[in-house]
Design a binder for this molecule. Structure first.
Ligand SMILES: *Cc1c(COP(=O)(O)O)cnc(C)c1O
Length: 426
């Protein structure tokens, strides 16, 4: 078989099944092209993408500005490693730190690497600035978190599928209930060696769990009170997804109309990934001010590809697109419509319990058990009807389209979702 031969969907699935490790269970659809909010399968069928690669493709598939930046840079200089300087990294660091209002940026590639980086910075700060005795630092995390797949990160996951038989695990983490300020204060009160609090502003993988209004500001205030770093994992919520540039927008320069720019939720350490490249390339970053970031000195941390010229060029273009096309504002407006329409539908349809989310990060809760296959079965019917979404649990479907969607397209999608669920029979 020639490698370039045009495959059928079934053939492509068979190849992955035989030659690929089985670490995912994809919806059976084989995509070969994407543009804006649309993707096409190998048979040429067109779909609305309502996953956006877990919010990596906020700017839409194959955005021409991002693709151009990538192609041009790839033709000029792709990788030097950090053994030498390159002429793109500094420009990107200046652009991103000014946009998000932090002193410094540390570039990595994947979200998990950026989370690892944040944990290492936090620990080093704890020993060298806060004065915690060596090897005693503890970092508070939340139940049902998702921060990635490394051995340290799964050490504080409570997903049995992600953890079982991967031990021994990394010590130094204390798990508390999400959206529970008393649990946070109790944990801070009980232990003098707390270095940081790592939190997702909205728990995406857990099922788009939105905390109570004011939770993040109050959590940050507790961190200030106990001299503990507030670490926001915005790999999924960041870059306009929730209707603001960041879900923890501080005194940034995002200028989104609906963003109050609340310095009281600004992170001490901000973790970005996914849409930082608009889905073109793996780009992640950790941002912090000098008082924290300066604990990192030559040799302490690094990555061969982190901060490479292509990543830098792509990230600048991806962030410019967010601003130029006002994607935060669009996500905010479309999110209001989506939740209003689906809340109304929930009152009319027995299968839909409720809808929740912020901006264009939303979940529809299905009236069935977590162990049921109903959400999966509905996603299969949505696929048949030209819309791709994925369950986060047996009874939760996440809806997160690219933020470049128009209102007319969104209304078309809402109608597909309503019709599919209305016609659905178990
Ligand atoms: C996706 C995600 C990560 C991990 O990113 P990878 O690029 O897959 O390593 C970390 N944190 C959150 C909140 C995520 O959604």
């Amino acid at each position: 078989m020639a490698v370039l031969e045009q495959l059928t969907s079934q053939k492509a699935i068979d190849l992955e099944s035989k030659y690929g490790a089985h670490n995912y269970h994809p919806l059976p659809v084989v995509l070969s092209k994407g543009e804006g909010v649309y993707v096409w399968d190998v048979e040429g069928k067109k779909y609305y993408d309502f996953l956006s690669a877990y919010s990596a493709v906020n700017q839409g598939h194959c955005h021409p500005k991002i693709v151009d930046a990538m192609v041009n840079q790839a033709k000029t200089l792709s990788l030097t490693s950090r053994a030498f300087y390159n002429d793109m990294l500094g420009k990107y660091e200046k652009y991103a730190t000014e946009l998000f209002s932090f002193d410094k940026l540390l570039p990595m590639n994947t979200g998990a690497e950026a989370v690892e980086t944040a944990l290492k910075i936090c620990r080093k700060w704890a020993y060298e600035v806060k004065g915690i005795p060596e090897n005693e630092a503890q970092i508070i995390v939340c139940e049902n978190n998702f921060h990635g797949r490394t051995t340290t990160i799964i050490s504080f996951s409570n997903d049995p599928v992600a953890r079982k038989n991967f031990g021994p695990f990394t010590n130094g983490f204390i798990k508390i209930e999400y959206d529970n300020l008393k649990a946070l204060e109790d944990a801070l009160e009980a232990n003098a060696n707390i270095a940081g609090f790592l939190v997702e502003p909205i728990q995406g993988e857990a099922g788009v769990y939105v905390p109570t209004d004011g939770y993040l500001a109050a959590a940050k205030a507790l961190c200030v009170k106990y001299n503990v770093l507030f670490i926001a994992d915005e790999v999924q919520t960041g870059i306009a997804r929730t209707g603001r540039l960041l879900a923890t927008c501080g005194n940034c320069t995002c200028q989104t109309k609906n963003c109050e720019g609340t310095p009281e939720t600004k992170a001490d350490i901000l973790i970005l990934g996914k849409a930082l490249s608009g889905g073109a390339y793996p780009v992640s970053a950790v941002l912090a001010n000098d008082a924290i970031m300066n604990v990192i000195q030559p040799g302490n941390h690094g990555s061969t590809y982190g901060g490479n010229p292509i990543a830098a060029a792509v990230a600048i273009a991806a962030l410019e697109v967010v601003k130029e096309e006002d994607l935060a504002e669009n996500a905010f407006q479309l999110g209001e419509i989506f939740r209003a329409e689906l809340s109304k539908f929930a009152t009319e349809n027995e299968l839909v319990k409720s809808v929740r989310g912020r901006g264009l990060l939303n979940a529809v809760l299905i009236n069935d058990t977590e162990e049921s296959s109903t959400a999966w079965d509905i996603c299969m019917k949505l696929r048949d009807n030209g819309l791709l979404a994925k369950p986060t649990h047996g009874n939760i479907i996440r809806f997160a389209p690219p933020l470049v969607m128009t209102e007319a397209e969104l209304r078309d999608c809402i109608s597909i979702i309503k019709t599919t669920i209305s016609e659905f029979k178990k």
